[in-house]
Design a protein around this ligand. Structure first.
Ligand SMILES: C[S@@+](CC[C@H](N)C(=O)[O-])C[C@H]1O[C@@H](n2cnc3c(N)ncnc32)[C@H](O)[C@@H]1O
Length: 601
């Protein structure tokens, strides 16, 4: 049975895009991220010290990760002996094993989709995020172990810990992007006043604010900071969250509106509070830009540049959605309650400003009572995003101090920009809601595919991958370009093979199987060639004379084109390899216009 394959539309995006506005009630905020301790326990007897790395059964992807662990020769619960061996390089050998397991345990859904089961490279790498998580999970483990182990084994654990810390430093040094250049000609008086106000309210910070080339304001380390150091601590009392408005008249009106979310209420409150000269947060509002440059305020010219990309549709839908939200509330609220909602403060332009503020600056915070709230966090709002962040976990209120701590997952040198991870977002998401493209290869830049396949008739004995959505990313990120892999994700290829030929035993060198492979690759290549054609050429010579949004749109389109071209090229390379195998066997190939016919000799 055949299959229909095309690019996914915004409404059919995967769960990887959980923050898409269309899937959430109203407001997508950057998600504050709490630390997950997944691995482990330490066994410590007089004779030996060992670490147990365990994939928790509660892990959402337990079965898939277990299979991946097993394909590399590990079980879901692996005990690694740390006893000093006679071999001089025992630490690096042990670290390698620990890391291989920790990386798999720390994989997220998207990384797992692209994980390559049969590639067994000693230092396999899934993503910067994954690598930092894996390394930090081992540091955490050694810390826990050090607090309880016998004196005998302290040296072993400390040696292990130091080796991992050195790896984290190396990773940061190699992957720190060129950016982070401080622009000395900008004054940051307002920002400094905000920090002073924060400090007088209990903020503790090792960061100062400066202008960074291409990224607005950013936070710079005042001194060398190490893994585990707290770069910034914000007391809950200065966080802007829904509690603040419960006593206001505005809340009394808004809470009566059916289905209104607390985020929308906060957004409407912030539109007015910005102009309140008596506001407790005046000094914070004064530091906010008059204009946010996110995808939501792209000009028609920039939107035109996006023709042929998914971002065009995503942006159009997002804007329509916001317009519909605005029209539902205004001018009705201004007409009925003009004192609470003065019409001059509730224009469409001001509404859009507030949406952009909340999309690009808010964080989701888990409070001590377990409630998750979308908040604005003065001072923390100056931290920019990086694909190799210094701070990865910051979303949970510390109940002992009633504060939010920003701890380092990798060192940050004095004078270096200290960055967060806003989340595992694609470039289209970052452009739409934040208005920038991160430097470096974004592993979350995928092209989703809508596949209407047919698994129904497939052979019961052939295990299904059970991925319900499929995608591709730049094939340069893959290491396995051999026949049956081609640098493309295995779940996608498996699905396409089964859809074409449910009864075939795939990944064997039988002729009918190789023919099936050729057809799968031809079909995929066709799809991506069409996409490249639809996107058209990008004239980068014009780029320098363009506005910020056109530049961003062009850069985004180049990235998408590069991904599509890499898929097309990998399909072509795969087909050539297949022709080679077929030609070398009992077949005789006639190649016409890149569409092969295979004749039995
Ligand atoms: C939470 S704010 C960070 C502070 C912001 N730079 C400022 O001046 O207010 C998020 C905004 O910072 C900018 N930003 C964050 N990370 C960036 C990056 N890696 N490159 C360029 N701009 C970035 C984007 O404009 C984004 O919408």
């Amino acid at each position: 049975m055949g299959y229909i394959l095309c690019f996914a539309t915004v409404t059919t995006y995967f769960s990887f895009f959980a923050a898409q506005i269309l899937l959430l009630a109203f407001l997508a905020a950057s998600v504050g991220r709490e630390r997950r301790i997944t691995a482990t326990a330490v066994m410590d007897t007089d004779e030996e010290c060992s670490i147990v790395l365990e994939l928790p059964e509660t892990d959402t992807f337990f079965d898939k990760k277990k299979k991946l662990l097993q394909s590399k020769g590990f079980s879901p619960k692996e005990r690694i002996c740390l006893r000093n061996s006679s071999k001089p390089d025992w630490i690096s050998a042990t670290v390698e094993v620990l890391l291989q397991i920790a990386r798999i345990i720390q994989l997220n859904e998207l990384e797992l989709y692209f994980a390559e089961e049969y590639v067994c490279m000693s230092m396999e790498f899934y993503s910067l995020r994954n690598e930092l998580e894996a390394l930090n999970s081992i540091v955490l483990l050694t810390d826990i172990s050090l607090s309880s182990c016998s004196h005998l084994h302290k040296n072993i654990l400390q040696g292990l810990r130091q080796t991992i810390l050195d790896l984290i430093t190396d990773l940061g040094d190699k992957n720190s992007v060129k950016g982070g250049v401080v622009q000395k000609d900008h004054s940051c008086d307002q920002e400094e006043r905000l920090i002073e106000w924060g400090e007088s309210n209990g903020v503790k910070t090792q960061l100062k604010i400066a202008y960074i080339e291409g990224a607005g304001r950013g936070a710079i380390a005042r001194k060398d900071l190490n893994v585990g150091d707290i770069a910034l601590e914000i007391p809950v009392s200065i966080i802007i969250s829904e509690e603040l408005i419960h006593e206001t008249e505005m809340y009394g009106v808004l809470k009566e509106i059916d289905g209104i979310s607390s985020e929308t209420i906060l957004l409407l409150w912030s539109m007015k509070e910005k102009y309140n000269s008596d506001s407790k947060f005046k000094i914070y509002f004064d530091t906010l830009p008059e204009k946010f440059n996110t995808g939501l305020s792209f000009s028609i010219e920039a939107i035109k540049v996006l023709d042929g990309t998914l971002l065009l549709e995503e942006l159009m839908q997002a804007r329509q959605h916001l317009h519909a939200q605005y029209d539902e509330l205004f001018p009705a609220l201004c007409n009925t309650f003009p004192d609470i909602f003065p019409p001059e403060l509730y224009t469409w332009e001001k509404f859009l400003w507030a949406c952009e503020l909340w999309y690009s600056n808010s964080m989701k915070i888990i409070y001590s009572d377990g409630k998750i709230k979308t908040c604005l966090i003065p001072i923390a709002g100056f931290l920019n995003h990086s694909l190799c962040p210094h701070v990865m976990h910051y979303g949970q209120v510390d109940p002992a101090k009633n504060s939010l701590k920003f701890c380092l997952s990798r060192p940050c040198k004095s004078g270096e920009e200290c960055c967060l991870s806003y989340g595992n977002f694609s470039s289209s998401h970052l452009i739409t809601f934040y208005g920038f493209l991160p430097q470096g290869d974004n592993p979350y830049d995928v092209i989703p595919l809508d596949i209407d396949g047919a698994d129904v008739d497939s052979d019961e004995n052939i295990p299904k991958s059970n991925w319900t959505s499929h995608m591709v990313r730049g094939t340069w990120l893959s290491r396995d370009h051999k026949i049956f892999y081609y640098g493309l994700p295995s779940p996608l290829l498996d699905h396409l093979r089964r859809s074409r030929s449910p009864m075939l035993r795939t990944k064997t060198f039988l002729q009918e199987n190789l023919e099936n492979e050729l057809e799968v690759l031809e079909n995929l290549k066709g799809i991506f060639d069409d996409m490249i054609k639809n996107m058209g050429e990008i004239d980068l010579n014009d780029r320098e004379n363009c506005c910020w949004d056109e530049k961003l749109a062009m850069d985004y389109k180049s990235t998408q084109r590069r991904i599509a071209c890499s898929v097309s090229t990998s399909c072509l390379a795969g087909r050539r390899k297949l022709f080679g195998v077929i030609a070398g066997s009992t077949c005789f190939l006639v190649l016409t216009n890149a569409k092969p016919t295979i004749q039995n000799a």
